[in-house]
Write a protein that binds this ligand. Structure first.
Ligand code: PHE
Length: 459
């Protein structure tokens, strides 16, 4: 086929398989890998967490990833259009996923903007002796209704800059924008993060940190919360059930290897996550030794606290901390941007499909609306609370509702399992067998009695 990477039959296309894989890995590897996975693993059984993690990856992560791929590729649309083509009334599920992506984009941009600021702050250790106080006080100006002048250059300008860059990339289209951005940002991420992890391994206390992360606590396996955490991490990390992979695979050429790239993406994502766990815990081990406490006594080992409070404190303590800080915040920016592009592409594609907009029009319109909301919402005092609420809603409720609804509709109501499996296998290197249909079907086992329709599968 043509490998021009331009529109074909009205739909944009990646220039080839490598471009798709890179963009899909770019979407999967995000803030969740760097700041979420390490703490989740540590607090849910350490080394023993790998068991539910692998079970979740194999039983739900990879199967639903394939389901997303199949839906986008078979039905050639962003999430709402793809679901509409499954069942007219299912379009709403696609819009629900678009809504989740829109919400995530609002706080994701804010965090990336903070990381941009902190990248710059790294060079003169701007946060001083009290990084926590600096972050909430001087930097975000929380709890102070008054307007602080430092707010404009340090918070507002980076946020607007992140939006401008993102909107421009999206406006350039899938092949000329998103794909090229991934070709630039992903190698930068891998190089920066690798240097960081190697450096972290040479810190005092690194081995203590690694022991804390990897020492298995097998009794954790009896705790259902640990299993839920594993499934949650896999869903968020692989960017599945958000319409993202539906959208990205809708831009693939007609006859494409589906399963091979899927395995590559899943493997790359988990590898990066474990690699990040090593880097983060080696660094936390250094802090614990410095403070003469155990790893278990440290606060702020995930999320915003880890990145903008704990890490700055460590960076100030360590020899060559400036460079370490630049690498860390640079990594957050690159990892975050490539994920942000995928989240917003979902929203933009949905509106393009629905209203016949060009990529330029779609990206500009949804980008402007989202940018205004995020600037208003996340640069105010309530920003941090809003971030937490949005994060909890999308990750705990949104994702489950979305995944269950998707499998119920596709597998039980429309009975598309066998057809989609056939579609996935058509030109793929790795053939899916019955286990795939079992995995995606069992996700909603209770629905088999109530929801399955007598209609025969569409062909
Ligand atoms: N998977 C990415 C991460 O780990 C980001 C992401 C999550 C993107 C959910 C979209 C939806 O951070």
């Amino acid at each position: 086929g043509k490998r021009t990477g331009t529109r074909s039959g009205g739909r944009e296309q990646w220039s080839g398989q490598t471009a798709f894989i890179l963009a899909a890995v770019g979407s999967a590897v995000g803030l969740g890998n760097i700041w979420r996975f390490p703490g989740e693993a540590y607090t849910h059984g350490g080394g023993a967490f790998m068991i539910p993690y692998l079970v979740a990856l194999l039983s739900a992560g990879i199967p639903i990833l394939f389901l997303d791929y199949a839906l986008g590729h078979r039905f050639r649309g962003g999430a709402p259009l793809a679901f509409r083509r499954v069942r007219r009334w299912a379009e709403g599920l696609g819009w629900f996923q678009v809504g989740l992506c829109f919400l995530i984009a609002l706080y994701y941009t804010a965090v990336i903007a903070w990381a941009v600021s902190y990248f710059i702050f790294s060079f003169d250790l701007r946060w001083g002796d009290d990084p926590t106080g600096f972050f909430t006080g001087e930097y975000l100006n929380l709890g102070d209704p008054g307007f602080s002048l430092t707010f404009v250059p340090s918070v507002l300008i980076p946020l607007v800059a992140v939006w401008v860059v993102t909107i421009l990339i999206l406006m350039a289209g899938v092949a000329k924008g998103v794909e090229r951005a991934n070709f630039v940002f992903m190698p930068l991420l891998v190089v920066a993060f690798s240097i960081l992890v190697v450096r972290a391994l040479f810190l005092d206390g690194a081995t203590d940190g690694l022991n804390a992360l990897f020492t298995p606590d097998f009794s954790a396996l009896a705790d259902p919360g640990v299993w839920i955490a594993a499934y949650g991490q896999i869903f968020f990390s692989l960017s599945i059930a958000f319409g993202i992979m539906i959208t990205y695979s809708s831009f693939r050429q007609r006859r494409s290897n589906m399963t091979g790239p899927g395995l590559v993406v899943a493997f790359a994502n988990s590898s990066f996550e474990i690699f990040a766990g090593i880097g983060v815990f080696a660094t936390l081990g250094f802090l614990a030794v410095k403070e003469g406490v155990g790893i278990g006594d440290l606060e702020g080992i995930t999320g915003v606290g880890l990145s903008f409070m704990t890490f700055p404190a460590i960076i100030s303590e360590m020899p060559g901390g400036q460079l370490f800080g630049a690498l860390f915040f640079g990594s957050l920016v690159f990892a975050g941007l490539t994920s942000l592009l995928s989240i917003l592409q979902v929203v933009s594609s949905a509106f393009q499909d629905k209203f016949g907009l060009t990529p330029r029009q779609g990206a500009l319109r949804i980008g402007l609306v989202a940018a205004v909301l995020s600037v208003l919402g996340f640069s105010t005092t309530t920003g941090l609370i809003a971030l937490d609420t949005v994060d909890k809603f999308t990750n705990n409720i949104g994702i489950v509702v979305s995944a269950v609804a998707m499998t119920v509709i596709v597998v039980w109501v429309a009975r598309l399992g066998p057809e989609l499996r056939y579609h996935l296998n058509a030109v793929s290197t790795f053939q899916l067998r019955g286990w795939w249909t079992v995995c995606i079907g069992l996700l909603a086992p209770w629905s088999s009695a109530t929801c399955s329709s007598p209609r025969s599968p569409r062909s």
